[in-house]
Design a protein around this ligand. Structure first.
Ligand SMILES: NC(=O)c1ccc[n+]([C@@H]2O[C@H](COP(=O)([O-])OP(=O)(O)OC[C@H]3O[C@@H](n4cnc5c(N)ncnc54)[C@H](O)[C@@H]3O)[C@@H](O)[C@H]2O)c1
Length: 349
């Protein structure tokens, strides 16, 4: 393939617009072929704004022979069906996390996409962020030595809308899943998950049985420990930071300031922080789509695969179980030809 990889995008909400802008403007190897949203007004608005065709149905994207791949950025409960339909139509698939709200559907989707022989990348964007990538490269080169402690924070400034929360799969599957993927990618496989959670900011969150604050503790196969803290309602801004302490060095990826000036009044200094994930990741989201297009064009395996999404989903459901039961969950990573699969007693109460 010599042309830019032409990608049709479905779902133009908070995340879909970020991906649409990146595909339209910031990817050398990809081109935004067309956009679609279940709300036709939204599709028209974004299509006109970005000066790309907007279509009336998902099938219009799949029927277009000039489209090489789809980016699925719709609510989580729709990912599996849209991924399978795209793969069956011969389109490569970039799918936002998680693949599905349940394990069986996740497995079936991975199988269907594999059978169709197309590329399948999942939206774990931190694997494409220059800071995390640089840290992992130096860790892989042995500069950090043995890992002792992994620590990561992911905190939203404010909770998303109630409709989003209701279809999100719950706090661990929607939010912590990013940190669990980062933990596996940076440190390795996990053997035990403990979790505590609470909902304090809004009774509506507790009413749907969800959380706004959680702490997850991991024990890794190599004996290292991990601590994840998550919030839906940090208030001061959006934060994502990670630290890995090792026998030879420690790497810390801080939460950078968003504005590059500091306002100083006598005795005080204020700096601007990112308000949301769009501001926190000026490069990662564009880079993950650029990398996806390169995988399609050059026949390479994506860095964040369907099996990675399954492993992180399994750890997220283990965290959910640990929170509900109040007991740590022992998990067993099993290597397969395609990746790692986690086993644990899913019925434990
Ligand atoms: N990687 C990240 O950092 C990140 C951040 C936010 C959201 N996400 C993921 O992205 C996905 C979308 O989240 P969001 O916050 O943008 O949601 P959103 O509710 O803001 O937007 C969803 C959009 O999809 C449209 N839609 C609904 N059903 C559709 C269908 N069948 N076909 C086409 N369009 C449809 C809706 O009209 C809406 O415009 C979720 O799976 C979420 O987990 C990932």
């Amino acid at each position: 393939m010599t042309h830019k990889v032409r990608i049709g995008l479905a779902g133009l909400g908070r995340m879909g617009r970020i991906h649409a802008v990146n595909l339209a403007s910031h990817c050398h190897s990809a081109q935004l072929a067309c956009v679609y949203d279940a709300n036709p007004e939204v599709a028209r608005e974004v299509g006109e704004w970005l000066e790309v065709p907007y279509v009336d149905s998902y099938d219009d994207i799949l029927a277009d022979d000039s489209v090489d791949a789809v980016a699925i950025v719709t609510p989580t409960g729709t990912h599996a069906d849209l991924s399978v339909r795209a793969a069956t139509a011969g389109k490569h698939v970039f799918c936002e996390k998680p693949i599905s709200l349940d394990r069986q559907t996740t497995l079936e989707t991975i199988d269907a996409v594999r059978a169709a022989g197309v590329k399948f990348q999942v939206g774990f964007h931190r694997r494409y962020d220059p800071d995390w990538v640089a840290a992992v490269e130096r860790m892989r080169a042995g500069e950090l030595g043995d890992v002792y402690l992994f620590r990561t924070s992911l905190r939203d400034m404010k909770a998303p809308k109630a409709e989003f929360l209701a279809g999100s799969g719950g706090f661990f599957v929607d939010v912590t899943i990013h940190d669990l993927d980062t933990a596996r990618w940076m440190v390795g496989e996990v053997v035990e998950v403990s979790a505590h959670g609470t909902a304090l900011s809004d009774p509506a969150i507790a009413d749907i049985g969800d959380l706004d604050t959680a702490v997850v503790v991991l024990r890794f196969e190599n004996g290292a420990l991990g601590v994840i803290d998550n919030s839906r309602t940090a208030g001061y801004g959006y934060e994502c930071s990670t630290e890995v302490m090792g026998s030879r060095a420690t790497v810390r990826i801080d939460n950078p300031q968003y504005h590059h000036y500091e306002w100083r009044t006598p005795g005080q200094a204020a700096r601007g922080l990112a308000r949301d994930f769009e501001q926190r990741y000026p490069w990662a989201y564009a880079e993950e789509l650029e990398s996806f297009a390169e995988c399609v064009r050059d026949d390479l395996e994506p860095r964040a695969t369907g099996m990675d999404a399954l492993a992180a989903f399994d750890l997220a459901t283990a965290a959910d179980q640990a929170w509900r039961t109040g007991h740590p969950v022992s998990v067993k990573p099993q290597s397969t030809d395609d990746g790692v699969v986690y086993e644990f007693d899913r019925e434990a109460s």
